[in-house]
Design a binder for this molecule. Structure first.
Ligand code: ATP
Ligand code: MG
Length: 600
């Protein structure tokens, strides 16, 4: 009975679709109009013909992102529009960016920083961060962004694991967080400080970033990097444990370009805003590289989330494509759609989200607040770029991550007891989400954890660590991370479906479920929720939420307990940390909390 109710709830969920427009109604023809044809005609070789390559035969991300536009008719086009904390605007054209990044590449070369050396950045979202990233790539060095709110210990760990040769940071962050670590970082040869005022003494063993930049030449010939040369080092979010250092190569730019065109529908005339910080992979792949490779204008806002500010940015800067995350969507939902509706946003034509499951409620809320749905897409630090997406021209299935991008093969697989991998062709079966190896932005190792890297692969398949199911039309549905799945009375319960149901209750702002040990059932489902403003925590509300879940999901799957919390623990990138809820519930050690929000 319980299983039947569950599958009915699922069927209902899976049958909803949002169909946007007839193909003849598009003002701007989508880059992907026919999904099957796009997949059939796609090849990475053809993708390469859409880029330049280097004169000596190599491939370099910064050339594709900046110099090829600066050398052509987009030279005067705004590449980066920066809004400082007060909202003041500074524009950089492709020409400007080309010269500034040449200067920074020269700074590195003059300091003796070599191809393959690692250049770390610990900055707020300021122009120097973007100049550092792209200048580093021009020099053939490896760029590694650090999130500016990290405390000293996570910084030490990453700088040391990543063997940083250079650190670019602000004077204030350096004094507060890094100076005391210097003696433990012998390989860190150069610290370049961005200073608010060029007066007073620099801290010992540091140099002035701006001065070096001012004295460097604007002429630079890009290092002839090979497509397989390392380019980017990204640490994962630490949602499931200690962050891993995923290494990516210059060839990744093919996937950045293809996914920006096909999954985000980016066109050169777009104004694109990716709200993620470059400290996380989304903020680099899509907050620096992808929009520039397209030749679009990208918005960078120094300030943190604030709904009124965000809506003003969308309106005042005529943002046309907006890429954000479920955590931000939930925060906007908490404030309510009335505020959003006060802003006229005629330029906005596409909204997408990544990073966590996007509950169907959130997809639909986009329609209510902005007249556009959010398009969920899925990828990981390891995949370097979007792998599965709801496309602009295709029906959205709210609650589904969408379908694999052209060039990407995804499957649901299971490992037999003897370790053989089975690809599950039948629809609606749960298993691990796997990708056929070999796409350009696939990570090439976990830094100094090669064995762990190798373990992610079975033959031609990369195992993602996420559980999913595929429906008969090829849409993938997130079930939960393999670590978070709950085993209750013989059922495997994915947290996402339960959480999405809890989110349907009008009082619920955020929800997370975990399994807690139970002598009878093995595990029972426990839900944690935080509330929208205006709702009072209490027994009656707990019961009401539980009753809704039982009605929708059936008693075998619905949470047996609901706990109301003021907020749920999250990573700094906004992901709910279920493992922490579980450790706290069971009185176990919390493990690595270096990426926990509010932890310094
Ligand atoms: P760690 O690997 O250190 O535990 P993490 O997996 O959160 O951290 P990221 O690489 O930033 O680090 O996140 C990728 C993961 O985020 C995916 O494997 C998936 O679990 C989740 N995710 C991303 N996008 C989606 C989505 N659209 N729907 C569901 N889950 C998503
Ligand atoms: Mg992960």
């Amino acid at each position: 009975m319980a299983m039947r109710e569950k599958s009915n709830a699922r069927k209902l969920l899976m049958s909803r679709q949002i169909i946007r427009k007839n193909s003849e109604d598009w003002e701007l023809i989508p880059n992907l109009l026919d999904y099957d044809a796009a997949r059939d005609h796609f090849s990475w070789e053809h993708e390469m013909t859409l880029l330049d390559g280097l004169p000596a035969g190599g491939l370099n991300i910064a050339h594709e992102a900046v110099d090829r536009h600066a050398a052509g008719d987009r030279r005067e086009h705004t590449a980066l529009r920066w809004l400082d904390k007060s909202g003041e605007v500074t524009d950089f054209t492709y020409g400007d960016l080309s010269l500034l990044t040449n200067r920074f590449a020269n700074v590195l070369r003059e300091l003796g920083v070599q191809k393959g050396d690692r250049v770390f950045a610990l900055c707020e979202r300021i122009p120097s961060l973007y100049i550092t990233a792209l200048g580093t790539l021009k020099n053939g060095s490896v760029f590694c962004p650090l999130f500016s709110a990290f405390g000293p210990e996570p910084l030490r760990a990453r700088l040391s694991i990543g063997e940083a040769t250079v650190l670019v940071t602000s004077e204030a962050l350096y004094r507060r967080k890094v100076a005391a670590l210097r003696e433990n970082l012998p390989q860190l040869r150069h610290v370049l400080l961005i200073r608010e005022q060029a007066e007073g003494n620099l801290p010992a063993d540091t140099q002035d970033f701006q001065q070096l930049l001012n004295h460097a030449s604007e002429e630079f010939s890009i290092e002839n990097t090979d497509p397989e040369d390392p380019a980017l080092l990204h640490f994962t979010s630490g949602t499931t444990g200690k962050p891993k250092g995923a290494l990516h190569v210059h060839e990744a730019v093919l996937a950045h370009h293809a996914s920006a065109r096909l999954a985000l529908d980016l066109h050169p005339q777009d104004v694109f805003w990716c709200t993620a910080d470059p400290g996380w992979v989304t903020g680099t792949s899509y907050g620096i590289i992808a929009p520039l490779v397209i030749g679009a204008t990208m918005i960078v806002d120094q300030q943190e989330f604030d709904p009124e500010r965000w809506y003003s940015i969308l309106r005042d800067h005529k943002v046309s494509v907006w890429y954000t995350a479920p955590t931000a969507v939930r925060m906007m939902m908490k404030v309510g759609s009335e505020l959003a509706k006060q802003y006229e946003l005629p330029s906005l034509r596409f909204m997408a989200s990544v990073g966590e499951p996007l509950n169907p409620e959130a997809v639909m809320w986009g329609e209510e607040a902005f007249g556009l749905p959010f398009h969920d897409n899925w990828w990981q630090t390891e995949t370097g770029g979007i792998m599965i997406a709801n496309f602009l021209s295709q029906p959205i299935r709210p609650g589904s991550m969408g379908r694999p991008l052209p060039g990407i093969e995804a499957a649901v697989v299971r490992l037999d007891k003897d370790g053989t991998l089975q690809v599950i062709d039948d629809p609606d079966q749960e298993g691990e989400l796997a990708l056929k190896r070999g796409w350009p932005s696939m990570f090439r190792t976990y830094l100094y954890e090669e064995e762990r890297y190798q373990k992610c692969f079975h033959g031609e398949w990369y195992l993602t660590g996420d559980l999913a199911r595929r429906d008969e039309d090829g849409y993938f549905w997130f079930v939960g991370r393999a670590d978070d799945v709950i085993k209750s009375s013989g059922h495997l319960i994915g947290p996402f479906e339960v959480e999405s149901t809890l989110m349907e209750h009008p009082a619920v702002a955020e929800a997370a479920v975990i399994g807690v040990p139970d002598p009878m059932a093995g595990e029972i489902v426990k839900g944690f929720v935080s509330l929208k403003p205006g709702f009072e925590a209490g027994e009656a509300l707990q019961q009401e939420i539980m009753a809704l879940a039982r009605k929708r999901l059936g008693p075998a799957v619905a949470p047996r307990q609901i706990q109301i919390e003021p907020t749920l623990p999250r990573t700094r990138s906004g992901k709910i940390m279920r493992r922490l809820l579980k450790a706290r519930e069971l009185g176990l050690p919390e493990g690595d909390t270096s990426t926990l929000e509010g932890n310094e």
